[in-house]
Design a protein around this ligand. Structure first.
Ligand code: GFB
Length: 320
């Protein structure tokens, strides 16, 4: 089952976010018309507003890359925002897409949907087989609901709505606000500022022992376009690099790329979160996709983007 993007109108919901912007970049090499809508045009938490916009724009395909996202501290601090905002955004877009005859939709979730102690590497069928990680269960439940919503519209109406579950993403356009960001941009900014100010150390949250898998956001966008073209089935698909490393080793790698040579100290008042969440990449490899950007190259590119100002500083809890 393949879906041809040629000549189609493709809406990237969340085009200003890191993933959305990468999808817009990737779709530039497809023969399709990319549709975008800023917050000034449509509030994605407003059901009637989303329905009216989709009815007018009439997209043929939709990437649901709009979400309220953040790192472990933001997720743990603003559970109501992460649950409510993400439920509303996904429900409005998926419902309007079905009602307005969208041919294909790709919903983007996250690897935090899996149980805290899932067997590693985590296969897609591990979903809902155990307790979630408390620091981000709110976001996880919203994203699981999105997967289920796509499955429900496929089951009841035959809608060709698929779900992609990316691992921890990083790259151009990331959020570098130290309270709301994920670990990668936080470490890049901390190492950079320590290098500039001549500090002797940088602070890493937690023990540094958790393991995390990372994928460059441009690889993620390529994978989502690939899935849009070739995948059409009920179950979600993991989108990862298939490799992980400890936060401490990541910190050493970031310091090496940035050129900071000081000490690494640990702030043990901050949570570690899930000990590990390496996803199996077997399914997406079987669909003919693999990543191209290695971690060191990707970190160097993310650092260059940060230096060039291709970054956001979105404070935690800020209503987008
Ligand atoms: O990237 P991160 O915030 O999110 O944290 P998660 C990953 C690990 O890096 C945690 C550690 O063990 C953090 O304690 N860490 C060390 C830091 N220093 C820092 C720092 O300065 N900032 C941050 N943010 N972390 C998120 C979920 O979990 O994964 C989201 O909360 C989403 O919902 C995302 O699913 C992909 O990987 O722990």
């Amino acid at each position: 089952m393949s879906y041809d993007l040629n000549g189609k109108k493709v809406w990237v919901a969340g085009h200003r976010g890191m993933v959305g912007a990468a999808l817009v970049r990737r779709l530039a090499s497809e023969n399709c018309e990319v549709l975008v809508a800023g917050r000034d045009v449509v509030d994605l938490k407003d059901q009637a507003g989303v329905r009216a916009w989709v009815a007018k724009a009439k997209p043929d395909a939709v990437f649901v890359a709009a979400a309220k996202v953040g790192g472990i501290l933001a997720n743990n601090s603003y559970p109501a925002d992460f649950l409510y905002d993400n439920l509303m955004i996904e429900a409005n877009i998926i419902e309007a897409s079905f009602r307005e005859g969208v041919e294909k939709l790709c919903f983007l979730g996250s690897s935090c949907i899996y149980p805290k102690f899932a067997a590693q590497p985590i296969v897609e069928s591990a979903l809902l087989t155990g307790e979630l990680e408390p620091t981000n269960e709110w976001y996880a439940i919203a994203k699981i609901a999105g997967i289920k919503l796509c499955q429900a519209y496929r089951k009841q109406h035959g809608a060709d709505f698929i779900s992609a579950m990316p691992t921890n993403l990083y790259g151009p356009g990331d959020n570098f606000d130290l309270n709301s960001s994920h670990v990668m941009p936080a470490l890049i900014r901390k190492a950079h500022e320590a290098k500039l100010s001549g500090d002797k150390e940088i602070v890493v949250w937690g023990t540094g022992t958790p393991l995390r898998e990372f994928l460059n956001v441009d690889d993620c966008a390529d994978a989502c376009v690939h899935l849009m073209k070739v995948y059409s089935d009920f179950e979600h698909v993991n989108v990862g690099s298939g490799e992980d490393l400890s936060i401490l080793d990541l910190t050493k790698l970031v310091c090496d790329v940035v050129g900071f040579k000081g000490e690494i100290v640990h702030d043990l008042t901050k949570p570690d979160g899930t000990p590990r969440k390496l996803m199996s990449a077997d399914k997406i490899r079987g669909l003919g996709w693999k990543p191209r950007i290695d971690l060191r190259t990707g970190i160097a590119g993310a650092y260059a983007a940060f230096l060039a100002g291709n970054a956001t500083m979105r404070p935690a809890g800020a209503h987008q």
